[in-house]
Design a protein around this ligand. Sequence first.
Ligand SMILES: Cc1cc2nc3c(=O)[nH]c(=O)nc-3n(C[C@H](O)[C@H](O)[C@H](O)COP(=O)(O)OP(=O)(O)OC[C@H]3O[C@@H](n4cnc5c(N)ncnc54)[C@H](O)[C@@H]3O)c2cc1C
Length: 279
Amino acid sequence: MEFLRPTSVQEAVEALAVRQGRARILAGGTDLVVRLKDGLETARSLIGLGRCVELRGVREESGQIVIGAMTTHEELARSMFLRRVAPVLAEAAEEVGSVQIRQRGTIGGNVVNASPSADLVPPLHVLGATVVLVSRAGVRPLGIEEFATGPKQTRIRPEELLVELRFPRPREDELQRYFKLGQRRALACAKVSLAFRARSTAGVLRDVRIACGAVAPTVVRAREAERALEGTLPTADAIRRACAALARDIRPIDDVRSTAAWRLAACAELLRRAVPELV
Ligand SMILES: Cc1cc2nc3c(=O)[nH]c(=O)nc-3n(C[C@H](O)[C@H](O)[C@H](O)COP(=O)(O)OP(=O)(O)OC[C@H]3O[C@@H](n4cnc5c(N)ncnc54)[C@H](O)[C@@H]3O)c2cc1C
């Protein structure tokens, strides 16, 4: 197998273009290497991004928060800047796997892997993130909600590299929270997860954003539940209505990790926990 180690985005994009879909990108390898070893995937060429320093780090650019695709979960969890501007994403990064997985696994790999239980994706949905893809043909930005089409299925093209995630800098008066329920506290994929973002003006909920993981073929925005809460006082009644609306947003299934009925009840419980924190 051929193994390439480009030192820039331009080199990586050239390597992808020349191999016309026969090369795979290797970021932290925590998903891809496991799948290659298990024979679930094959690759003639691997393009390792470890030397592309321009793909690392969190920065602000003209009111946008920009996160390089090779930024690891550990870097996100430890970033004081991210904790201040987008705590929902830092909290989610802290929930990934174990220390070892967090030190190798990257935000780009988490997004391209397109697991419905990927921890960073619900926060990216509520933050309104854009996935920035680059190829020889140029830059192609895609909204995070358009990116994944099913488990391990995305709209990325074989010749494209995910270079960064971007989202508008959130307001400072927001509440943002990420909740995850798994088999245990560490080294467990989410059975259900929920990212919540809103603010309260004189007690009334505004700009409510909710996204749920592991309850549909892709991470989903819970727009019915958002509508049920928007402009309301977060009373027990309003929260009950939002939890009922959530059942129309999600499509949980029975699988090895859990049952559809439990997932629905657990997802509503996470929402019930999130809203009162705002009051
Ligand atoms: C033991 C264990 C525990 C785990 N626990 C969790 C968990 O709790 N939560 C969770 O969300 N995930 C978990 N994972 C999954 C995994 O660690 C994460 O999804 C991680 O973020 C993947 O990133 P990576 O850099 O290792 O990706 P890689 O394995 O390198 O790549 C994954 C896929 O994305 C593609 N890719 C990567 N980067 C790019 C890019 N920049 N442009 C284009 N394509 C790209 C690769 O070609 C590959 O198809 C776990 C994995 C293991 C092995």
